[in-house]
Write a protein that binds this ligand. Structure first.
Ligand code: PHB
Length: 398
């Protein structure tokens, strides 16, 4: 016989306890707005999920202003530029000089650890290993969702507002009626092969390389751990790649007449990351609101994913705060439109960076030369560099 669910009452029910869901929960609790977070995975799984590591200044400020320990400030690495490498030559872009802004390298799983610790410290109600099975009544003033915990106990969360923060395979997103929604997407004929290696830094800042053999990104995690990626086939099998083969592939993509050489070391993590651009419109239906990857996904070139998720959190938090302090739901009604403005700018930027830097297998030689012409146009002009720098470091609030 089906179990009678135990009822939990709250103001905001958040489905998904990744960085976006936890950040929203943290801000809401700080404003005295009760909330519950329900997350499918266990703490360890999320902690070990490696994602991009670049934070815009606005995201750093959100973490710092909301009192998330300050580890991002003490352990994050401020970067004032990137190197665009093509035709085997380096083209450094200095963001500080170009647009008076910087970014901070701080791994997304560290942000999760910081947010989860802050929620635990502040007595936040965050439940891991809990699977949401049903979302109900989102068109009413009493939306609900059901979930089953790790012991099989069934609960029903009754809230004023529900938030889907459950990532790119969002369950919440699928509950919105087909007749009122539109999905926009692009798929790409390549993926990224990502590694973590115990090696010293190869360069002081990130290198984005276009080469006839495909794209490579040389990123970092610390003085002794580095993160690198190279463009690969989406069906690539990590087992087929020895450490030597991986470094040979990376090296030939960054090689040039300047003799630049990667510093190598043992590889302890290998993953293939899929590529997709996706946007759901609108980002809300009735009393259900989507934030972060649940509502939109970008390819990782340009590292906009988490930054966009935090931008959504900011807009939604301000709307919820206004709703709970004045009873006026105008800002909530405008959430989707407001968030989508930045989302589409970031979609354009991520698509642009991806197409300019990658070489799909079998690319027409014309298209390869065209991409090099584009890279040259950007790097040889102050305006071009500023355009990229402003987008990379994050547009002022919009
Ligand atoms: C990373 O360090 O993982 C990273 C950095 C920049 C990107 C993507 C990933 O554009």
């Amino acid at each position: 016989m089906a179990q009678e669910p135990r009822i939990l009452r709250t103001k905001v029910g958040i489905i998904g306890g990744g960085p976006a869901g936890l950040m929203l929960s943290h801000l809401l609790s700080g404003a005295g707005i009760e909330n519950i977070v329900v997350e499918k995975n266990d703490h360890e799984t999320i902690r070990n999920t490696h994602r991009a590591g670049i934070l815009e200044a606005q995201a750093v400020r959100m973490l710092a202003d909301s009192g998330i320990e300050g580890r991002v400030l003490s352990h994050g690495d401020e970067h004032s530029g990137i190197d665009l490498r093509f035709n085997g030559e380096s083209h450094p872009l200095d963001f500080r000089e170009l647009v008076d802004a910087t970014v901070t390298l701080y791994a997304q799983n560290e942000i999760f650890v910081d947010l989860a610790a802050a929620r635990a410290r502040d007595g936040g109600d965050v439940r891991y290993s809990c699977e949401v099975t049903e979302i109900l009544d989102v068109e009413s003033n009493n939306p609900k969702f059901r979930f089953t915990d790790a012991n099989g106990a069934v609960y029903e969360v009754h809230a004023d507002i529900l938030v889907g923060a459950d990532g790119s395979r969002s369950f919440a997103r699928r509950q919105m009626p087909q007749s009122t929604r539109q999905d926009f997407k692009v798929s790409y004929p390549f993926a990224w092969f990502g590694i973590l290696t115990e090696a010293p830094k190869s360069a002081p800042e990130l290198i984005y390389a276009n080469s006839p053999h495909g794209f490579a990104l040389i990123s970092q995690r610390s003085d002794s751990v580095q993160r690198m990626y190279f463009q690969c086939d989406p069906n690539e099998n990590v087992e087929d790649w020895s450490d030597d083969r991986i470094f040979d592939e990376l090296q030939r993509r960054v090689a040039g007449p300047d003799g630049f050489e990667l510093k190598t070391g043992p590889i302890f993590d290998k993953t293939v990351l899929g590529f997709r651009s996706f946007v759901r419109e609108p980002l809300s239906h009735g009393r259900l609101f989507l934030i972060g990857d649940a509502g939109h996904t970008v390819p990782p070139t340009g590292a906009k994913g988490l930054n966009l998720a935090f931008a959504d959190v900011k807009v939604l938090f301000e709307a919820l705060d206004s709703y709970y302090s004045t009873g006026d739901d105008t800002l909530l009604g405008g959430y989707s439109q407001q968030a989508l403005k930045r989302i589409w700018k970031a979609q354009n930027f991520s698509y642009w960076m991806t197409s300019m830097l990658h070489t799909p297998v079998g690319t027409d030689p014309f298209m390869m030369r065209r991409a090099l012409g584009e890279l040259d146009s950007v790097t040889s002009s102050t305006y071009g560099q500023q355009y990229l720098a402003e987008a990379y470091t994050g547009w002022p609030n919009s």
